[in-house]
Design a protein around this ligand. Sequence first.
Ligand code: AMP
Ligand code: MG
Length: 394
Amino acid sequence: MVIEQVGKRRRPRAIASVSVWDALGLVLAQEVKTDREYPPFDRSTRDGYAVLSNEVSPGSQLKCAGEIKAGDTVRESLAAGTCWQIMTGAAVPAGADAVMMIEHTAREGDLVRFERAPQRGQNIVPRGSEAAAGQTILKPGMRLGYAELALAAQVGAVQLQCGQRPHVAILSTGDEIVLIDETPGPFQIRNSNSVSLAAQVRIAGGDPVVLGNVADRIEDLGEKIERGLKEDALVLSGGVSMGKYDLVETALKAMGAEFFFDGVAIRPGKPAVFGVCQGKPVFGLPGNPVSTMVTFELFVAPAIDLLSGVEARALPLVEARLAEALNEKSGLTHFLPARIQWPERAPEVKPLKWQGSGDIATLAKANCFLVVPADREKIAAGESVSVLLRKDVV
Ligand code: AMP
Ligand code: MG
């Protein structure tokens, strides 16, 4: 639903030139080509001796003609009956077709004795075998992770044309909410949701625009929503349940929003709403902090991918063995804070005791959510269950 609706409204991103140091997580908007062959020379992958393979057999000896370090200019070629001592990353001299690891040799003065027979090409990465000169190695639409950035750096592409991150407005609602640097009254609480949402927006590849908190009054909501709709998407927290002061949906409707769902069969997060208002995707997430976090991952993160100009990434779901029996009320798909571990390589997940969707302290101990399907009341220890990983800590 979100993917379909947001997908329909995708528009090309503004492009900017970004330094390779600052481009992590951005979507590339250009081709990057190699400036030369890679590797640019036949590269030794070991410390050892460069040899002609058919001159070496177990117990044979060759005279060492000299030494080649990484970075050395290699002019001489291998003469018959000789070898060169060579270091990892150094250029293999012409005429050599294998590098014998130093561990399999013995040295006495100028003479090197070999314990084994080499295979042709052993421990050498041939020139041009990773990439040809002028070859396209990065394409528009690719997301730049650390390997992609290293590849750009390797070929000297220090400035990259990238799509701008989508700007995601974050608006929290509630009469009881105060700024995080204020001392709350006895029945007030600090605006932690704006902080978690801003972090989640960043991880999802967006740029958060934090609009603060608005009281539960239609007029105030309308004004702030108007401001939020100037960005590429708007995420609200709180005010979407059934209470008398849950006015987010009403305020959005008054501004022309069309809703595609107003409630989902999950816990936490049941009251979440999604709509489009004045052409912009709008998410009304429930205010309970863990509900806000879960519904963001399920609905908002994929939308940020689409708004970034890439396909929505799959949710980070894995299968794990349940460590202890579970007994949950059925009817809704549950997302329980849990810890996944890999004790004997096979993943094992254990739910954590918690106080429900307001319990940030337990979530801070969790590294995943255990997903309990709506039709499963009891799950025995040892059964296989689905786990939604917390991308920021696992
Ligand atoms: P609501 O969805 O507005 O009914 O709020 C549900 C619960 O989440 C209430 O206990 C709120 O106090 C709490 N809550 C709402 N907004 C925030 C926020 N921005 N930061 C932390 N907790 C909040
Ligand atoms: Mg509220």
